[in-house]
Unconditional design. Structure first.
Length: 291
């Protein structure tokens, strides 16, 4: 084993669709090619978006695809105390403020700073936001290249603890990536614009910065990202080897067509032996049905 540690971190809001298989396979190949560890973390801290049975269905699909993970699965719902501790640290260091704005009265982003100086205290329907410095955060993505975001004007002070008393994704993800010693994050490029927020939190919490590689997204015919919310077809009904071969093709690896008739372990062994990160395209693309 090398020091590399990757991870796949699905939210159990529905079964795996082709786009999430691409992310799982890409991070698995990158980790295994580096003789590293590959973890699965279930990001189950958003009860309103969770679907009963989705976590188990996701794990069954990963198993059917032969994407074996190392160690036990981390369920974020068991980690609330760690997120509270990180929140407490940020509060003690003066990086946060309480906010009673609702999405209705402030719209999406950037946050206009309404509650920043009001000195509100904790209470029902009160979120906690982090004060975002007026600074451009730059990251060197291993596939997408240099990505810069002026965080204050693009996003503004963002929520780290939700008004429904749940940790926000950005806080939980940085706490766990550090706690699990994740060194390399390979995920879909829909999260590229979230990464500067995560880099800021890593810095404020004194956590290491992992390497990032954001994969192209699989889009539907309307050009929208395949997502569990848009009810992209689950891959469960498709033979796993065919799904893997299609995902390899999407990742630019040019697998031979007849590979779809091989076993899952043969497909993965060949994929690993021929894994060429330089062939992975940057741009997101429309995908049709898997044949
Ligand atoms: N749980 C997030 C999702 O399913 C991904 C988190 C991540 O890879 O950082 O979109």
């Amino acid at each position: 084993m090398s020091g590399y540690c990757g991870r796949f971190a699905p939210s159990p809001s529905g079964p795996l669709h082709f786009g999430s298989v691409v992310a799982a396979l890409g991070s698995w190949l990158a980790a295994r090619a580096a003789a590293g560890r590959w973890l699965v973390r279930m990001e189950d801290i958003d009860p309103p978006r969770e679907k009963p049975g989705a976590a188990a269905a996701i794990l069954r699909t990963l198993e059917a695809l032969g994407l074996a993970w190392d160690g036990p699965i981390l369920y974020q719902s068991t980690r609330i105390e760690a997120y509270r501790a990180a929140l407490a640290r940020l509060r003690t260091d003066g990086h946060t403020f309480h906010c009673r704005c609702s999405r209705k009265n402030i719209g999406e982003s950037p946050y206009p700073g309404t509650c920043r100086t009001l000195g509100l205290t904790a209470g029902p329907r009160t979120a906690v936001r982090v004060r975002v410095p007026d600074e451009t955060i730059v990251l060197e993505d291993a596939l997408q290249g240099r990505y810069a975001q002026a965080l204050a004007s693009a996003v503004g002070d963002f929520v780290i603890w939700r008004a429904d008393d749940q940790p926000a994704y950005h806080l939980a993800v940085v706490v766990d990536d550090a706690w699990q010693d994740v060194t390399d994050i390979v995920r879909g490029s829909d999260l590229l614009s979230s990464t500067p927020r995560q880099i800021l939190l890593q810095r404020l919490l004194g956590l290491p910065h992992p390497n990032y590689l954001h994969l192209p997204l699989a889009l539907d015919h309307d050009g929208a990202k395949l997502s569990k919310q848009t009810l992209a077809a689950p891959v469960d009904g498709i033979p796993p080897a065919a799904t893997l071969v299609a995902a390899l093709g999407f990742l630019g690896q040019e697998p031979p067509r007849e590979l779809a008739r091989a076993t899952v372990s043969e497909v993965l062994a060949r994929a690993l032996a021929h894994w060429t990160p330089a062939r992975v395209p940057r741009a997101s693309r429309i995908v049709g049905p898997i044949d």
